[in-house]
Design a protein around this ligand. Sequence first.
Ligand SMILES: [Zn+2]
Length: 305
Amino acid sequence: MSNKGIFNTFLSEDGFVRLIFAETTGIVREAVEIHRPSKTVTAALGRCLTAASIMGKMMKTDGGSITLRFAGDGPAGGFVCIADCGGNVRGCCDNPAAELPPNALGKLDVGGVIGRNGDLYVVRDYGFGEPYVGHSKLVSGEVAEDITNYYAVSEQTPTVCALGVRVGRDGSVSGAGGFFLQLMPGADEALIERLQANLDAMGSLSQLIAEGRKGPEIAGLVFGSLPFKLIEEAEMRYLCSCGREKYRRALISLGPGELAEMRDSGEAAEIICRFCNTRYVFSAEELGQLHDEAAAELTRPQETQ
Ligand SMILES: [Zn+2]
């Protein structure tokens, strides 16, 4: 099964409107394979992954990554999605099995499973220096509204976020994607009203994607009669950056005391990556080696930062 998605950036000919679009059906399906979430968590996690993948691509910094964390009071617990500017995204939540009855509109209650009260954190790591941390309060837990609000209170560029994940009765994902619509400084009020009318008329984004509409067609609905051009197309994918070495380093950082206890228990240590379910096993013998490395690091002179 494909774990891929497509990323497009469109710009109006006059330069005032930017539309950053992602089709993420394959990415959300891969997340469903890994996490086996409930239907409502599929929609919630899919929206978070889509938003993170777009924000990662928007960073435009080699080696940069973005972490989107929804800390709401819903039964699914916290959601964490991490994406980089190369189009790689991964994500998880505390309790993928959490489920709720449909909301008052008969839709999957995404705001309910994430929680309507809580915080949204956006961490941009440029690969150098201190990461930049942005924050806003959740407004509905429906993800797109929360991100639109985040941009209104924490970022320079006014941004409208739309996200959609179509989940079938059997839990399968038939379409997923989203876009960020941004107005550049100097855009006039009439333009904003035109775009708003276009958004109101376009219908369900996830349905359009499930019907097979591609980025340029969806951009056509958003821009309406406003001329626009495609300025970027790229592939995205669900991809975890974990590896044995990462967890080896994490174990060493526990220090020689704890590692000695683990070694002496005679049992192997098992670590399962929460983003991709890859299982890493370290035998008691390896734990002994890690202990020796940790002890040697302690006696080594401290490096200056
Ligand atoms: Zn992993």
